[in-house]
Design a protein around this ligand. Structure first.
Ligand SMILES: [Zn+2]
Length: 357
Protein backbone atom coordinates (compact mmCIF):
# COMPACT_ATOMS: atom_id res chain seq x y z
CA UNK A 1 0.00 0.00 0.00
CA UNK A 2 0.93 3.67 -0.29
CA UNK A 3 1.33 6.21 2.48
CA UNK A 4 1.27 9.96 1.78
CA UNK A 5 3.02 12.33 4.22
CA UNK A 6 4.48 15.79 3.74
CA UNK A 7 6.17 18.25 6.10
CA UNK A 8 3.95 21.02 4.69
CA UNK A 9 0.99 19.43 6.49
CA UNK A 10 2.61 20.37 9.81
CA UNK A 11 3.09 24.06 8.97
CA UNK A 12 -0.61 24.86 8.97
CA UNK A 13 -1.52 26.30 12.38
CA UNK A 14 -4.80 27.67 13.61
CA UNK A 15 -5.25 29.67 16.80
CA UNK A 16 -3.29 28.97 19.98
CA UNK A 17 -4.65 25.87 21.73
CA UNK A 18 -6.71 24.79 18.72
CA UNK A 19 -7.41 21.02 18.76
CA UNK A 20 -6.62 20.59 15.03
CA UNK A 21 -2.90 21.09 15.50
CA UNK A 22 0.41 19.86 14.02
CA UNK A 23 0.99 17.63 17.06
CA UNK A 24 -1.65 15.29 15.62
CA UNK A 25 0.65 14.36 12.74
CA UNK A 26 3.70 14.32 14.99
CA UNK A 27 2.03 11.67 17.14
CA UNK A 28 1.30 9.60 14.03
CA UNK A 29 4.91 10.03 12.86
CA UNK A 30 6.23 8.76 16.20
CA UNK A 31 3.92 5.78 15.98
CA UNK A 32 5.06 5.01 12.43
CA UNK A 33 8.73 5.04 13.47
CA UNK A 34 8.05 1.99 15.60
CA UNK A 35 5.46 0.34 13.40
CA UNK A 36 6.26 -3.31 12.69
CA UNK A 37 4.72 -3.01 9.22
CA UNK A 38 7.02 -0.19 8.01
CA UNK A 39 8.35 -2.46 5.27
CA UNK A 40 4.82 -3.07 4.03
CA UNK A 41 4.09 0.36 2.64
CA UNK A 42 5.62 2.56 -0.04
CA UNK A 43 5.84 6.33 0.23
CA UNK A 44 3.54 8.06 -2.23
CA UNK A 45 4.50 11.32 -3.89
CA UNK A 46 2.47 14.26 -2.60
CA UNK A 47 1.58 17.04 -5.01
CA UNK A 48 -0.47 20.23 -5.17
CA UNK A 49 -3.99 20.24 -6.59
CA UNK A 50 -4.43 22.52 -9.58
CA UNK A 51 -7.03 25.25 -9.61
CA UNK A 52 -9.15 23.24 -12.02
CA UNK A 53 -9.00 20.19 -9.75
CA UNK A 54 -10.10 22.24 -6.72
CA UNK A 55 -12.85 23.81 -8.83
CA UNK A 56 -14.47 20.42 -9.30
CA UNK A 57 -15.72 20.79 -5.70
CA UNK A 58 -15.38 24.52 -4.94
CA UNK A 59 -16.34 27.85 -6.48
CA UNK A 60 -13.57 29.86 -8.13
CA UNK A 61 -14.28 32.85 -5.91
CA UNK A 62 -13.89 30.74 -2.77
CA UNK A 63 -10.63 29.18 -4.03
CA UNK A 64 -9.34 32.73 -4.60
CA UNK A 65 -10.34 33.69 -1.06
CA UNK A 66 -8.30 30.82 0.39
CA UNK A 67 -5.40 31.50 -1.99
CA UNK A 68 -5.35 35.12 -0.83
CA UNK A 69 -4.35 33.93 2.66
CA UNK A 70 -1.00 32.67 1.30
CA UNK A 71 1.76 34.42 3.23
CA UNK A 72 -0.70 36.15 5.57
CA UNK A 73 -0.12 35.21 9.24
CA UNK A 74 -3.74 35.11 10.35
CA UNK A 75 -7.04 34.99 8.43
CA UNK A 76 -10.23 34.01 10.21
CA UNK A 77 -12.85 32.12 8.16
CA UNK A 78 -15.27 31.27 10.94
CA UNK A 79 -15.27 30.89 14.70
CA UNK A 80 -13.15 27.71 14.60
CA UNK A 81 -11.41 27.83 11.22
CA UNK A 82 -8.37 30.06 10.79
CA UNK A 83 -5.61 30.15 8.18
CA UNK A 84 -1.97 31.04 8.71
CA UNK A 85 0.59 31.83 6.01
CA UNK A 86 0.98 28.13 5.13
CA UNK A 87 -2.63 26.96 5.30
CA UNK A 88 -3.46 27.48 1.64
CA UNK A 89 -0.36 25.59 0.53
CA UNK A 90 -1.09 22.77 3.00
CA UNK A 91 -4.74 22.53 1.99
CA UNK A 92 -3.88 22.53 -1.69
CA UNK A 93 -1.30 19.81 -1.15
CA UNK A 94 -3.71 17.75 0.96
CA UNK A 95 -6.24 17.82 -1.88
CA UNK A 96 -3.54 17.18 -4.49
CA UNK A 97 -2.18 14.24 -2.54
CA UNK A 98 -5.65 12.72 -2.40
CA UNK A 99 -5.76 13.07 -6.19
CA UNK A 100 -2.27 11.60 -6.53
CA UNK A 101 -3.39 8.67 -4.41
CA UNK A 102 -6.42 8.10 -6.66
CA UNK A 103 -4.13 8.09 -9.70
CA UNK A 104 -1.72 5.68 -8.04
CA UNK A 105 -4.55 3.34 -7.03
CA UNK A 106 -6.04 3.38 -10.53
CA UNK A 107 -2.70 2.87 -12.24
CA UNK A 108 -1.42 0.24 -9.80
CA UNK A 109 0.23 -1.84 -8.63
CA UNK A 110 -0.72 -0.57 -5.14
CA UNK A 111 -4.46 -0.73 -4.53
CA UNK A 112 -4.63 0.85 -1.08
CA UNK A 113 -3.47 4.27 0.10
CA UNK A 114 -3.70 6.42 3.22
CA UNK A 115 -3.17 10.18 2.95
CA UNK A 116 -2.03 11.50 6.35
CA UNK A 117 -2.75 15.15 5.71
CA UNK A 118 -3.88 18.32 7.41
CA UNK A 119 -6.07 20.32 7.20
CA UNK A 120 -8.97 17.85 7.06
CA UNK A 121 -11.72 18.27 4.49
CA UNK A 122 -15.19 16.86 5.05
CA UNK A 123 -16.77 20.03 6.50
CA UNK A 124 -15.56 22.25 3.64
CA UNK A 125 -18.47 23.39 1.48
CA UNK A 126 -18.35 24.46 -2.16
CA UNK A 127 -18.09 28.13 -1.24
CA UNK A 128 -16.93 28.29 2.37
CA UNK A 129 -14.54 26.89 4.94
CA UNK A 130 -15.98 25.22 8.03
CA UNK A 131 -15.03 23.03 10.98
CA UNK A 132 -11.22 23.24 10.54
CA UNK A 133 -11.58 22.38 6.81
CA UNK A 134 -10.70 24.42 3.70
CA UNK A 135 -10.85 22.09 0.69
CA UNK A 136 -12.95 18.94 0.64
CA UNK A 137 -10.33 16.26 -0.01
CA UNK A 138 -12.82 13.39 -0.26
CA UNK A 139 -15.10 15.22 -2.69
CA UNK A 140 -12.14 16.35 -4.82
CA UNK A 141 -10.73 12.80 -4.88
CA UNK A 142 -14.12 11.35 -5.82
CA UNK A 143 -14.54 13.90 -8.62
CA UNK A 144 -11.08 13.06 -9.91
CA UNK A 145 -11.86 9.35 -9.96
CA UNK A 146 -15.05 10.01 -11.92
CA UNK A 147 -13.13 12.29 -14.31
CA UNK A 148 -10.75 9.38 -14.88
CA UNK A 149 -13.65 7.25 -16.01
CA UNK A 150 -14.87 5.41 -12.91
CA UNK A 151 -18.64 5.16 -12.78
CA UNK A 152 -19.37 4.91 -9.07
CA UNK A 153 -17.48 6.07 -5.99
CA UNK A 154 -18.46 5.32 -2.42
CA UNK A 155 -17.43 7.68 0.39
CA UNK A 156 -17.67 6.13 3.87
CA UNK A 157 -17.35 8.63 6.69
CA UNK A 158 -16.96 7.36 10.24
CA UNK A 159 -15.53 10.58 11.66
CA UNK A 160 -17.68 11.41 14.69
CA UNK A 161 -18.92 14.56 12.97
CA UNK A 162 -21.20 14.57 9.98
CA UNK A 163 -19.43 15.52 6.73
CA UNK A 164 -21.77 18.27 5.66
CA UNK A 165 -19.56 19.39 2.77
CA UNK A 166 -19.19 15.89 1.38
CA UNK A 167 -22.93 15.25 1.62
CA UNK A 168 -23.84 18.52 -0.09
CA UNK A 169 -21.32 17.90 -2.88
CA UNK A 170 -23.22 14.83 -4.06
CA UNK A 171 -26.72 15.21 -2.60
CA UNK A 172 -28.49 15.13 -5.97
CA UNK A 173 -26.23 12.65 -7.74
CA UNK A 174 -26.33 8.86 -8.04
CA UNK A 175 -22.67 8.39 -9.01
CA UNK A 176 -21.33 9.00 -5.48
CA UNK A 177 -22.77 7.21 -2.47
CA UNK A 178 -22.07 9.23 0.67
CA UNK A 179 -22.60 7.29 3.91
CA UNK A 180 -21.93 8.79 7.33
CA UNK A 181 -22.27 7.44 10.85
CA UNK A 182 -22.02 10.32 13.30
CA UNK A 183 -22.98 11.70 16.67
CA UNK A 184 -26.23 13.65 16.54
CA UNK A 185 -27.15 16.22 17.69
CA UNK A 186 -23.62 17.55 17.46
CA UNK A 187 -21.45 19.79 15.27
CA UNK A 188 -22.11 20.68 12.44
CA UNK A 189 -25.84 20.00 12.94
CA UNK A 190 -26.39 18.34 9.55
CA UNK A 191 -26.87 14.63 8.84
CA UNK A 192 -30.38 14.27 10.18
CA UNK A 193 -32.51 11.15 9.97
CA UNK A 194 -34.24 11.42 6.58
CA UNK A 195 -31.38 13.08 4.71
CA UNK A 196 -31.53 10.58 1.86
CA UNK A 197 -30.49 12.67 -1.13
CA UNK A 198 -32.57 14.52 -3.69
CA UNK A 199 -33.69 14.07 -7.30
CA UNK A 200 -31.45 11.60 -9.12
CA UNK A 201 -29.47 11.29 -5.88
CA UNK A 202 -32.40 10.13 -3.78
CA UNK A 203 -31.29 7.09 -1.79
CA UNK A 204 -27.60 7.77 -2.39
CA UNK A 205 -27.04 9.72 0.82
CA UNK A 206 -26.93 7.44 3.85
CA UNK A 207 -27.17 9.49 7.00
CA UNK A 208 -26.94 7.61 10.29
CA UNK A 209 -27.34 9.96 13.26
CA UNK A 210 -26.47 8.16 16.49
CA UNK A 211 -26.95 9.34 20.07
CA UNK A 212 -23.95 10.28 22.22
CA UNK A 213 -22.30 7.42 24.09
CA UNK A 214 -22.29 4.78 21.37
CA UNK A 215 -19.64 2.05 21.76
CA UNK A 216 -18.19 -0.54 19.40
CA UNK A 217 -21.22 -2.82 19.33
CA UNK A 218 -23.53 0.11 18.55
CA UNK A 219 -21.43 1.28 15.62
CA UNK A 220 -20.94 -2.21 14.26
CA UNK A 221 -24.67 -2.91 14.49
CA UNK A 222 -25.43 0.05 12.21
CA UNK A 223 -22.46 -0.53 9.94
CA UNK A 224 -23.12 -4.26 9.45
CA UNK A 225 -26.89 -4.03 9.07
CA UNK A 226 -27.14 -0.89 7.00
CA UNK A 227 -24.04 0.93 5.79
CA UNK A 228 -21.93 -1.90 4.40
CA UNK A 229 -24.87 -3.82 2.88
CA UNK A 230 -25.88 -0.65 1.00
CA UNK A 231 -22.27 0.03 -0.01
CA UNK A 232 -21.92 -3.52 -1.35
CA UNK A 233 -25.19 -3.20 -3.28
CA UNK A 234 -24.03 0.16 -4.69
CA UNK A 235 -21.10 -1.78 -6.17
CA UNK A 236 -18.50 1.01 -6.22
CA UNK A 237 -15.41 1.19 -8.42
CA UNK A 238 -13.49 2.96 -5.63
CA UNK A 239 -13.98 3.21 -1.87
CA UNK A 240 -12.92 6.44 -0.19
CA UNK A 241 -12.92 6.51 3.61
CA UNK A 242 -13.15 9.80 5.49
CA UNK A 243 -11.07 8.44 8.34
CA UNK A 244 -11.67 10.49 11.46
CA UNK A 245 -10.68 9.05 14.83
CA UNK A 246 -12.73 11.37 17.03
CA UNK A 247 -15.41 8.83 17.93
CA UNK A 248 -12.74 7.26 20.15
CA UNK A 249 -13.65 7.15 23.84
CA UNK A 250 -10.73 9.47 24.74
CA UNK A 251 -11.49 12.16 22.17
CA UNK A 252 -12.12 15.57 23.77
CA UNK A 253 -14.47 16.95 21.10
CA UNK A 254 -17.20 14.32 21.13
CA UNK A 255 -18.97 11.81 23.36
CA UNK A 256 -18.73 8.47 21.60
CA UNK A 257 -17.06 5.47 23.24
CA UNK A 258 -15.21 3.55 20.53
CA UNK A 259 -12.20 1.45 21.46
CA UNK A 260 -9.04 1.53 19.36
CA UNK A 261 -9.81 -1.96 18.15
CA UNK A 262 -13.01 -0.73 16.52
CA UNK A 263 -10.87 0.96 13.87
CA UNK A 264 -9.28 -2.37 13.09
CA UNK A 265 -12.72 -3.88 12.52
CA UNK A 266 -13.79 -0.91 10.38
CA UNK A 267 -10.68 -1.44 8.26
CA UNK A 268 -11.49 -5.13 7.83
CA UNK A 269 -14.98 -4.18 6.64
CA UNK A 270 -13.58 -1.48 4.33
CA UNK A 271 -11.10 -3.95 2.81
CA UNK A 272 -13.84 -6.56 2.34
CA UNK A 273 -15.97 -3.98 0.52
CA UNK A 274 -13.11 -2.75 -1.67
CA UNK A 275 -11.81 -6.25 -2.40
CA UNK A 276 -15.17 -7.74 -3.30
CA UNK A 277 -16.60 -4.79 -5.27
CA UNK A 278 -13.95 -2.28 -6.25
CA UNK A 279 -11.00 -4.36 -7.39
CA UNK A 280 -9.36 -3.65 -4.03
CA UNK A 281 -9.26 0.11 -4.66
CA UNK A 282 -9.37 1.74 -1.21
CA UNK A 283 -8.33 5.27 -0.24
CA UNK A 284 -8.18 6.48 3.37
CA UNK A 285 -8.10 10.24 3.95
CA UNK A 286 -7.36 11.56 7.44
CA UNK A 287 -10.14 13.70 8.89
CA UNK A 288 -10.49 14.36 12.66
CA UNK A 289 -9.14 12.82 15.87
CA UNK A 290 -8.07 15.20 18.64
CA UNK A 291 -6.60 13.08 21.41
CA UNK A 292 -3.19 12.71 19.83
CA UNK A 293 -2.37 9.32 21.36
CA UNK A 294 -5.83 7.90 20.55
CA UNK A 295 -5.41 9.24 17.03
CA UNK A 296 -2.03 7.57 16.56
CA UNK A 297 -3.37 4.30 18.00
CA UNK A 298 -6.39 4.48 15.69
CA UNK A 299 -4.29 5.11 12.59
CA UNK A 300 -2.05 2.25 13.68
CA UNK A 301 -5.10 -0.02 14.00
CA UNK A 302 -6.21 0.93 10.49
CA UNK A 303 -2.74 0.45 9.02
CA UNK A 304 -2.27 -2.98 10.59
CA UNK A 305 -5.22 -4.14 8.53
CA UNK A 306 -4.54 -2.11 5.39
CA UNK A 307 -0.95 -3.38 5.21
CA UNK A 308 -2.10 -6.94 5.83
CA UNK A 309 -0.16 -7.19 9.09
CA UNK A 310 -1.22 -9.15 12.12
CA UNK A 311 -4.37 -7.99 13.81
CA UNK A 312 -5.24 -8.66 17.41
CA UNK A 313 -3.22 -9.29 20.48
CA UNK A 314 -0.71 -6.48 20.83
CA UNK A 315 -0.23 -5.74 24.53
CA UNK A 316 -1.62 -2.43 25.70
CA UNK A 317 -4.26 -2.24 23.04
CA UNK A 318 -7.85 -3.34 23.14
CA UNK A 319 -8.41 -6.65 21.52
CA UNK A 320 -10.32 -7.02 18.31
CA UNK A 321 -12.44 -9.63 20.01
CA UNK A 322 -13.78 -6.96 22.31
CA UNK A 323 -14.78 -4.75 19.43
CA UNK A 324 -15.80 -7.34 16.90
CA UNK A 325 -19.11 -8.50 18.20
CA UNK A 326 -22.37 -9.44 16.57
CA UNK A 327 -24.04 -9.62 19.95
CA UNK A 328 -27.21 -7.57 19.61
CA UNK A 329 -27.66 -7.74 23.37
CA UNK A 330 -24.71 -5.35 23.68
CA UNK A 331 -26.38 -2.84 21.38
CA UNK A 332 -28.14 0.01 23.12
CA UNK A 333 -31.91 -0.25 22.62
CA UNK A 334 -32.09 3.30 21.28
CA UNK A 335 -29.48 2.38 18.66
CA UNK A 336 -31.39 -0.78 17.74
CA UNK A 337 -34.42 1.43 17.24
CA UNK A 338 -32.49 3.93 15.07
CA UNK A 339 -31.11 1.06 12.98
CA UNK A 340 -34.58 -0.40 12.45
CA UNK A 341 -35.93 2.95 11.34
CA UNK A 342 -32.97 3.54 9.04
CA UNK A 343 -33.38 0.14 7.39
CA UNK A 344 -37.09 0.89 6.79
CA UNK A 345 -36.16 4.31 5.38
CA UNK A 346 -33.57 2.98 2.91
CA UNK A 347 -35.17 -0.35 1.97
CA UNK A 348 -37.10 1.11 -0.98
CA UNK A 349 -33.80 2.17 -2.54
CA UNK A 350 -31.67 -0.81 -1.54
CA UNK A 351 -33.71 -4.03 -1.78
CA UNK A 352 -30.84 -6.01 -0.28
CA UNK A 353 -31.73 -4.48 3.08
CA UNK A 354 -34.81 -6.69 3.12
CA UNK A 355 -32.58 -9.39 4.60
CA UNK A 356 -31.77 -7.16 7.58
CA UNK A 357 -35.26 -6.05 8.56
ZN1 LIG B 1 -14.59 15.09 13.30
Amino acid sequence: MLLYRDSLFRLHHQTHGHPERPERLEAIDRMLQQAPYADRFHVGECRDATGDELARAHSRSYIHRVAATHGVPHTRFDSDTTANEHSYAAARRAAGSAIAAVDAILDGPDRRAFVLSRPPGHHAEAAHAAGFCFFNNAAIAAEHALARGLRRVCILDWDVHHGNGSMHSFYDRPDVLYASVHEYPHFPGTGRFGDIGHGAGEGYTISCPLPAGCADADYLHVLRNLVYPVAHEFNPDLVIVSAGYDAHRRDPLASMKLSTAAYEVFAVLDCELADSRAGGRLLYLLEGGYDTSALAEGVDASLRVLTGSTAAGTPGRDTVAEADTDDTAKVDTSVQDVARRLIELYKPYWPGLEAFS
